[in-house]
Design a protein around this ligand. Structure first.
Ligand SMILES: [Zn+2]
Length: 221
């Protein structure tokens, strides 16, 4: 059975505004602190070294293994290797962990990734290597009340992706609903962890804090 976890802010070492368990190297935190936190996470997993990706809000899904684990630039990684933890980092974007028979995946799905097909690219690539019986866990992410965008963007996006729409006059986007619809369309069972990063003090939120850390979603087959 695949195992999954999502980290929060508590634990780890802090530096300045990155209070606690920041796992991202690209956000201006001290690299030594980030690496200490990554070591803590790795030791808690008691498996092989977890694989991180260099996330770029794109739609690329890449197969990884212990032999192919360095400098991965992608927003989805998947593997059929047992015991190899995959990590997605986020602070408002949707961290999506995919379990299947034969493979697992970690997907970083923000607004850009969602509308450019990162989820379907990943599921299709996993099916191509023989994975079946998909289940997804959507981790802590910004909720439909908190993710306001400007009116022009709201109208453009909800025209193309009606599931992003929210009620009322706040022109906020519902990323979870869009991800849920895409996953269901792909035949994937979905569970959602109902925590809004922007409202939870114990989660990193880019929207709320600007300069901040990133939490991890981790999955291993
Ligand atoms: Zn919220």
């Amino acid at each position: 059975m695949p195992q999954t976890l999502f980290t929060a802010r508590s634990g780890g070492v802090s530096s300045r505004e990155f209070t606690s368990f920041n796992l991202a190297l690209h956000v201006g935190d001290l690299a030594a602190h980030v690496m200490t936190n990554r070591d803590l996470l790795a030791s808690a997993l008691s498996q092989r070294q977890p694989i991180y990706m260099n996330q770029v809000h794109g739609n690329l899904a890449i197969e990884v293994s212990s032999a192919n684990s360095k400098a991965i630039t992608a927003d989805a990684i998947f593997t059929s290797e047992v015991g190899l933890p995959l990590v997605v980092l986020s602070a408002d974007c949707l961290p999506i962990l995919i379990s299947a028979k034969g493979a697992v995946a970690a997907i970083h799905a923000g607004r850009e990734g969602l509308i450019n097909g990162v989820i379907s690219n990943c599921i299709q690539a996993m099916r191509a290597i023989g994975a079946i019986d998909f289940e997804a866990q959507i981790g802590p992410a910004i909720c439909a009340n908190c993710y306001e965008v400007d009116m022009q963007m709201y109208l453009e996006l909800t025209d193309r992706f009606p599931n992003l729409a929210t009620e009322g006059s706040r022109h906020a986007l519902n990323l979870r609903a869009e991800a849920l619809a895409q996953l269901k369309e792909l035949g994937v069972k979905v569970s959602i962890i109902d925590i809004c990063t922007a409202e939870s003090e114990n989660h990193f939120s880019y929207r709320r804090d600007g300069k901040t850390g990133r939490g991890a979603g981790v999955i291993a087959l």
